[in-house]
Design a protein around this ligand. Structure first.
Ligand SMILES: [Mn+2]
Length: 330
């Protein structure tokens, strides 16, 4: 596991050699793709296109409707439709470990050259070559460096991809990862024609009706523990099914407990299947929630992480997680 990390400039040089040497690429990101995953996939596709390479962009899931406007005439194939694949190299983006690609991991046969581009501090350095910078706010911030390294040129679409990943992984340029470097790149992307206001409106402001109806139900479950330092919401498997909510419909829910003053750890318990709960955790700063998620076999960042916990009912899962959160708050 823990790797000798090359200086970023050497990683960039190695990554560009990896790309220049190959001809047929498969570009993949993680299950339930978010703005950074989708934008990174599309940005790598644009780089490969400019370099005259053959490539297929693919995800284990279909792309959520709200991101479709970004794609233009590009496609990200849905692996479940069993598309025709011809490739000799794989590039993964925004995946902390190879399990994150979902069922596509069956394509990761021994010996296939794989370049792992990611910003998660929990990245396990899988693959043949790595371009990993845990200080980066988003995988697209790393791709900005790679684009400079390869000398591919900017256009409105490529700029919009980079801008989108920065915007979504920084919560709209608000989280602690919003560095001056992030803002400088974002400004440069606006100069290259990124449609900043449209991207923010579509990805941060707009709500779907199922999303608001689910919020209405979820708020009834609002709970507190440890003298108000921990708060959470839960959604049942039944509600998810009845309201036909998608994963991205549930994205912002964890922010309600997180944003309450005095709360150090905000959580969302989603019953994704009977007896299986996906837990999203957000920290106000005192607690490293990546460590807690890791304890349960998940991962993520210091202030934002997730894991899946089994249990026959919600209270059982909540008490398992609360025990670890309580320990971290000591
Ligand atoms: Mn990311």
């Amino acid at each position: 596991m823990s790797p000798t990390r090359l200086p970023f400039s050497e990683q960039l040089a190695e990554a560009s050699r990896f790309i220049l040497k190959g001809d047929y690429f498969l570009v993949v990101s993680h299950v339930n793709p978010d703005g950074d995953a989708i934008s990174s996939t599309l940005a790598v596709g644009e780089m490969l296109a400019q370099l005259g390479k053959h490539y297929i962009l693919i995800n284990d899931n279909s792309i959520p409707d709200k991101f479709v406007f970004l794609m233009g005439n590009r496609q990200i194939a849905d692996y479940s439709t069993k598309p025709q694949l011809q490739f000799e190299r794989i590039i993964t983006v925004d995946c902390a470990d190879f399990q994150r690609v979902g069922s596509m991991k069956e394509l990761f046969t021994a010996g296939i050259p794989l370049l792992n581009i990611d910003h998660h501090p929990t990245n396990d350095y899988f693959g043949f070559a790595q371009l990993i910078q845990p200080e980066a706010a988003a995988t697209v911030e790393i791709l900005y460096g790679l684009i400079q390294e390869l000398g591919t040129s900017w256009n409105q679409e490529l700029a919009s991809f980079i801008y989108t990943g920065l915007l979504t992984d920084t919560g709209g340029f608000r989280y602690a990862n919003t560095t001056s470097h992030v803002m400088r790149i974002a400004a440069e992307m606006l100069d290259h024609g990124a449609m900043g206001n449209e991207i923010a409106d579509r990805l941060l402001e707009r709500l779907t009706m199922p999303q608001v109806l689910l919020l209405q139900k979820a708020l009834i479950s609002l709970s507190f523990a440890l003298h108000g330092q921990v708060s959470w919401l839960s959604v049942s498997h039944e509600d998810i099914g009845e309201l036909h909510v998608s994963n991205e419909d549930m994205d912002g829910l964890v922010n309600y407990p997180r944003n309450i003053s005095g709360v150090e750890v905000g959580m969302l318990f989603k019953e994704t299947a009977p007896n299986q709960f996906k837990v999203s955790m957000r920290s106000a700063g005192k607690v490293n929630v990546a460590e807690i998620a890791h304890f349960f076999g998940g991962g993520g960042h210091i202030r934002a992480s997730g894991c899946t916990v089994e249990g026959s009912f919600l209270d059982e899962v909540v008490s398992k997680v609360l025990k670890e959160v309580g320990r971290a708050l000591l």
